[in-house]
Design a protein around this ligand. Sequence first.
Ligand SMILES: C[S@@+](CC[C@H](N)C(=O)[O-])C[C@H]1O[C@@H](n2cnc3c(N)ncnc32)[C@H](O)[C@@H]1O
Length: 196
Amino acid sequence: MSWDLRYQAGDTPWDKEAPAPPLLDLLKKSPEYFSAGDVLVPGCGRGHDALAIAKAGHTVIGLDISPKALSDANSLDKEGKVSYQERDFLATTFNDFPKAGTIFEHTCFCAILPNERKAYRDSCKRILPIGGYWVAIIFINPRDEDDLTIGPPFQSSREEIEALFSSDFYLTESYVPDHAFTARKGRELVMIWRRK
Ligand SMILES: C[S@@+](CC[C@H](N)C(=O)[O-])C[C@H]1O[C@@H](n2cnc3c(N)ncnc32)[C@H](O)[C@@H]1O
C-alpha cells in the first residue's frame, strides 16, 4: 500500500502525534544546528517535528510525497509556521533549496528502500552548503529480526551510515539518546554531520 493510502486509511503506527523526544532535547541544547538557514524535513508526515522546529524559531520546509499527510500537517499548523511541499526527496536538484542550512532526518531514512539510501545521501550532498548540517535521528534497529529485507521500517547500522556519509560530511556528534518514544528506547542513534 502506498504511503498516501496509509495516511488516508489512518494506518500510521509510526505517527506518535508528538515531536521526537531527542529532537526536543537538541532544540534546547544545540539551537545552532537549526540556525544555519532553512531547515528541511524530508518525509515530514503530519509535521510534528517540523512544527516543533518552527515553534523554536527556525524557518522550516516540510517535504513529503503523500498529499494526505501534507493536508493533515497543514491542518495541525494553525498559524502556518511551516512551509509544506509535496516532493520526492530523492529527486531533488541542486537549486531546489538555495537557502537550506540543515536537513533534519527522523524516520524517512528507514522508510525508503535500502537501495535508495545513496540517492538520499546524494540529495543531502546536493542541497547542503559547506558547513550545513544533517541532523539525524536514525531508527537503527526497528526490528527484532535480523533481516534487512523486511520493512519499512528497514534497519541500518552506524557503520552503514558512516560508509555512506563520511566522504562528503564529517561527524561532529553521535550518541544513543536518553529520551525516546517508549518502543524506540535504545534503538535510535542521533548523528550530527556537517557538509565538507
Ligand atoms: C515512517 S513515515 C514517518 C513520517 C514522520 N517523519 C513521522 O515520524 O511521523 C515516512 C514518511 O516518509 C514519506 N516518504 C517516503 N518516501 C519519501 C520520499 N522519497 N520523499 C519524501 N517523503 C517520503 C512518507 O510519505 C511518510 O510520510
